[in-house]
Design a protein around this ligand. Structure first.
Ligand code: FAD
Length: 288
């Protein structure tokens, strides 16, 4: 199918982008990798009057770490750059595990992490990763920059907390407080599919104890779900069979799946509990 007629703008700077966003308001849509927006336009689920392509704006394709360990991922950093990143492989095990599980190589070569979080698809994997890591998005608008915690960013399916005249310039992950462990587990019907269920696990360990934990769920609710109680039960304790089982049960209870072609409610809850057990058992091995 062909998309509805639209006007195309390609700003070459953030200043130019802002004047276009102010001019067009709700009628304009930002185009980053186009891997979610373009299919939606072709299916006519989205029909923006103006497409504002940010790919010509320099300086947004980075991912980098500050000296204190804070990680920044720019708005034009593609999935593939994160998949191949030596920095993530050595410092960010959860992100390194998630990146190769996004879609397929073609989508990963164009799509962006920031675009994925902005898209607010409950089956998007990066939003769970950012939630589990306690990260935030940085929005830039006419009034300047503001940080939006990942937990407040999605307002529901395909809705986010950005104002019409704001662009998300980066995703930020805070520096760790201890030894970092993390993984992403995803059940997909075939390679490249969206998650039947996904679990993002992020732990920080100090002296054998969990000092920070994040657990977030993909594809089992109307938004990505932060399983805060499940994570909290791990904090201040060593990882043991008992604490892992408690977290698995609490995470499964936090899921709000619907029965569909990907599986029943009971099956998806079972997958969540199994993934939490499996992922944390790997963390137990790291902590030992
Ligand atoms: P775009 O498509 O360009 O934009 C998506 C939305 O975000 C639009 O509303 C756009 O206006 C907005 N937006 C983008 N960037 C910004 C910004 N900087 N500021 C403000 N708003 C912005 N995703 C997964 O997580 N897991 C999968 O398994 C998966 N499988 C896929 C399979 C296929 C076949 C396809 C086509 C896509 C799949 N995706 C999957 C989606 C893919 O990851 C997209 O790349 C991602 O969701 C959106 O990133 P994008 O850069 O392509 O954004």
């Amino acid at each position: 199918m062909y998309p509805s007629k639209f006007r195309y703008e390609a700003p070459q700077s953030l200043d130019e982008l802002h004047s276009l966003l102010s001019q067009y308001g709700d009628e304009g849509k930002i185009l980053a990798g186009g891997q979610s927006l373009v299919p939606m336009m072709k299916l006519r689920f989205a029909a923006p009057e103006v497409l504002i392509d940010i790919n010509g704006i320099p300086g947004l394709a980075y991912h980098r770490e500050d000296p204190d360990g804070t990680l920044h991922v720019g708005a034009l950093c593609r999935h593939v750059a994160l998949e191949r990143s030596a920095l993530l492989k050595s410092k960010q095990p959860l992100m390194a595990a998630a990146a190769p599980l996004i879609a397929d190589p073609m989508v990963r070569s164009r799509g962006t992490m920031v675009g994925s979080v902005c898209h607010s698809d409950p089956q998007g994997d990066w939003a769970s990763v950012l939630l589990a890591l306690g990260g935030h998005m940085v929005a830039l608008g006419p009034k300047g920059r503001r940080s939006i915690p990942a937990a407040d960013f999605s307002l529901g399916p395909f809705q986010n907390a950005l104002e019409p005249d704001e662009v998300a310039v980066e995703a930020v992950v805070p520096a760790p407080e201890g030894q970092r462990f993390g993984t992403y587990l995803k059940l997909e019907r075939r390679v490249g599919d969206f998650a039947t269920a996904g679990v993002a696990l992020a732990l920080e360990l100090n002296g054998g104890l969990v000092v920070r934990a994040g657990i977030a769920l993909t594809g089992v609710g109307a938004s990505n779900i932060l399983a805060a109680e499940a994570a909290q039960t791990l904090v201040g304790r060593p990882l043991t069979e008992d604490s892992i089982e408690e977290a698995a049960q609490l995470a499964s209870a936090a899921a709000q799946p619907k029965s569909d072609h990907r599986g029943s409610v009971a099956f998806k809850r079972h997958v969540v509990a199994t993934f939490v057990r499996r992922g944390l058992a790997r963390g137990e091995a790291v902590a030992a």
